[in-house]
Write a protein of this length. Structure first.
Length: 115
């Protein structure tokens, strides 16, 4: 984690703590203040905190992708097979699921109705 990611996460935590304090003031424990500006501020800071947290996760993902480097390629120049794309082959998009380790191409026959 780099400094930018930490700053976004800490910023989200601080803004979230302030928003929590404003929500606490609005609750019965904090005196049940009924000001409209207090309610709007509390919800605005909650939304801002969520946006900061989301942006921090996006920054962390970009850093992780950047640290991983480019995808490995095979001798033809195509991205190398990583073994995770087995579920739907590109030449047969009608594969639905796996049964005993083999893809099921056609859905099993089901009775039209029950007696």
């Amino acid at each position: 984690m780099t400094r930018a990611t930490i700053i976004w996460f800490v910023g989200a935590a601080v803004v979230g703590a302030v928003a929590g304090g404003l929500h606490l003031l609005r609750s019965d424990i904090g005196g049940a203040h009924t000001g409209v500006l207090l309610a709007v501020g509390a919800y605005a800071l909650t939304g801002l905190s969520a946006a900061l947290l989301y942006h921090g996760v996006v920054v962390a993902a970009r850093e992780q992708d950047g640290a991983a480097g480019p995808a490995p390629r095979d001798e033809t120049g195509d991205p190398a097979y990583d073994g995770t794309s087995d579920s739907v082959p590109a030449d047969n998009p009608t594969v639905y699921t796996f049964r005993r380790g083999k893809p099921v191409v056609d859905r099993s026959r089901r009775p039209a109705g029950r007696d």
